[in-house]
Structure formats: C-alpha cells, structure tokens
Design a protein around this ligand. Structure first.
Ligand SMILES: [Zn+2]
Length: 224
C-alpha cells in the first residue's frame, strides 16, 4: 500500500476497478486516534508500545495504528488506511484482524480501542474458565450505552489469548454474534478491547470498563 498523504483532500482518492475507492486518512480521524493514544498513555494503559486504536473511515475502510509505535506520540505516519476486507498492509499491528472483524460485524461501530491494563490482564486470567468477568452493583456501569441502573449485571466476555489473531477474531465474533450488548471484551492475560459509535463513545466505554475492572480487582483483594 502506498503511504497516505494527509495533505491531500478526501476527494483525492484512487479508484480501483471493482473495489471501493481507498479513502484518504482524514486529519480529524488521525487526531482522534492521536488523542486517545495520549489519553491512554498518560494513564499507563499502553506500556512498552502495547495497545492499538482505530476508527472507521467509511463502509469499507478503517484507520488503524501501526505496529511498534509510542501510543503517547502518534503522528500522521503512525496510522494507515486498511480495507475492512483486507489485505492488511505490511507494518500493521498483529491485532489488526480483531479490529477489522468488529467493523465488519457491526456498521454501528465507529471506533475501537485496545489497552493492556493491570486490572484487565489479571482479572481476565482469573476468570478465563468462567468465560466472563462479572461487574455488578457499581454506579459506573451506567457509563456503558444502554445501561441505566447500578442494579444491572454486566458480564464482560473473556477469550483465551492467541497469537493467531485471524482465528481469534473468528472465535470472538462467533460469540459476540449472539450477544454483544457489552461494548468490550477481554483477552486472558493480555488486555481489554472496547468500542463505540464514535471515538468519544469508545473512550467512555474504555474508561468505564477499566474503572469497573479496577474496582472488581480491588474488591477481590479485600475479600482474600
Ligand atoms: Zn494487545
């Protein structure tokens, strides 16, 4: 794939016979990803170049972070336009298939965020056999779209981690196809994925879920 020039307008697209035109990387989309990167980095949620972020550009493309970059200092050269149906350009994160599969599964998803936090990493390992981490009774559950009371029960799905992210994406989507009411999932010993209609929604879900996971972890320590 050719590098995307950010100085060109969105009307300057390259048409390919039989395929959807590749959109340019909208500078606003680049800044949205850079901003969530700074937000997560400041909280220590994307240590050692971990984590990745993306947003939908149109029905067939998303803008994603490249592999191995400092998420606290994302620039225009650190993101790339990727077709949702592939192929995935060289230099992208190994977790790119997990993002693309989510966008393909739901047209309502506009942004996806992924972090490696301590609470997500530890709780997902503890509850892998159960298959979910249960969040119950917290006011913060209302940060998740569609939840209006602390009396709700939120079961965040947990999947076994895998380096075969194409197969992992299929496993994840197979389960979420039946129920993706919770806007996030956990990979055991790895981290948290969250999404939303907009980057703002995705960030609220990420921040809410991370807060809830931290509270749950702290409660378990008290109960020991
Ligand atoms: Zn990861």
């Amino acid at each position: 794939m050719q590098p995307v020039s950010l100085t060109r307008g969105s009307s300057d697209v390259t048409s390919q016979p039989g395929t959807m035109a590749m959109p340019a990387a909208d500078p606003q989309a680049v800044e949205a990803i850079a901003a969530i990167g700074r937000f997560a980095s400041a909280r220590g949620w994307v240590a050692a170049t971990s984590g990745n972020f993306s947003c939908r550009l149109d029905a067939g493309h998303a803008l994603l972070t490249r592999s191995g970059i400092d998420k606290g200092a994302i620039g225009a050269g650190d993101v790339a336009v990727v077709p949702l149906a592939g192929p995935i350009p060289a230099g992208m994160s190994a977790e790119t298939p997990l993002h693309l599969a989510r966008y393909r599964a739901s047209a309502a998803i506009g942004a996806i965020v992924h972090v490696h936090t301590v609470a997500a990493t530890v709780l997902s390992r503890a509850d892998l056999k159960l298959g979910y981490v249960r969040l119950r009774g917290f006011e913060m559950q209302k940060a998740l779209s569609g939840i209006t009371t602390h009396e709700s029960v939120v079961d965040v799905p947990v999947f076994a981690n895998s380096q075969d992210t194409t197969a992992l994406a299929a496993t994840v989507e197979s389960r979420l196809a039946g129920d993706d009411a919770v806007p996030g999932y956990l990979l055991a010993g790895h981290g948290l994925y969250a999404w939303g209609a907009t980057m703002g929604d995705a960030r609220r879900h990420l921040e809410g879920l991370e807060f809830l996971l931290t509270c749950t972890l702290e409660e378990r320590k008290l109960q020991r």
